[in-house]
Design a protein. Structure first.
Length: 235
């Protein structure tokens, strides 16, 4: 019996290893004025993943500015109009057309707005109650750490924005207290990827001097974006 049990365990382990080997996340490398950032896209948000890959291959991000930078919160890019923007020009409206939006794909609590995560920018709830995402603009979360009292207040804010749909779990709260992030965005913006290399570059961008509209005074661009690893979904 022990031998049979041992063989069964080995077979199960082999199957699990084979399944894990079939799962692979796509990666995109951004060469920026401040250095290189590598991000990994979530297979759990396939609409955002596939759209992002299409945009990268189409050259959407080549030459765009990091046009909105807020220290201890986020850095944002993806406005195609920023490629040839004049100094001080207000950016962020983009050139997207109705129907370009990507349906929301919330995967809380598995994926949330901890430090280093990618989320999709979007129009406000007043014109976008479905919380659909921009097809091009995204942010990388830098965030900060929170106390229990601050997280309690944040939960009330989340409740107001989501009608009580999303709750911070104990595991999420622990991450926000120790690692940091932007918890008030949970349940309102789609998280679809994470930085796997280059958070030092992200941090270098987040501390640059900005104007009253949070645009860096010195242009910081994505010079080149490239898909450097393809995804493979477990079947």
């Amino acid at each position: 019996m022990k031998r049979i049990a041992s063989i069964t365990v080995l077979v199960l382990m082999a199957c699990m290893t084979a399944m894990a080997q079939k799962e692979q996340r796509a990666q995109v490398t951004f060469k920026t004025d401040k250095g290189t950032i590598v991000v990994e896209l979530l297979n759990e948000t396939p609409l955002h993943r596939d759209n992002f890959i299409r945009q990268v291959k189409a050259g959407t991000y080549n030459g765009v500015l990091w046009h909105r930078v807020i220290n201890k919160f986020i850095i944002q890019t993806g406005d195609r109009l920023s490629k040839h923007a004049k100094p001080g020009e207000l950016l962020g409206e983009g050139d997207e057309k109705p129907g370009d939006e990507i349906p929301a794909e919330f995967r809380v609590p598995e994926f949330f707005h901890r430090r280093g995560m990618l989320n999709a920018a979007r129009e406000g709830d007043d014109v976008n109650p479905q919380k659909a995402s921009s097809s091009t603009q995204f942010t990388i979360v830098t965030g900060r750490t929170f106390t229990d009292e601050e997280l309690d207040r944040t939960q009330k804010r989340i409740d107001e924005w989501t009608g009580g749909t999303f709750k911070l779990t104990e595991a999420m709260r622990e991450v926000y207290k120790t690692e940091g992030g932007a918890p008030h965005l949970d349940g309102s913006y789609t998280v679809f990827g994470q930085v796997v290399s280059g958070m030092d570059v992200v941090d270098a961008i987040q501390v640059v001097e900005t104007d009253k509209n949070d645009r860096p005074l010195e242009d910081i661009r994505i010079i080149k974006a490239k898909v450097t690893k393809k995804y493979k979904v477990r079947k």
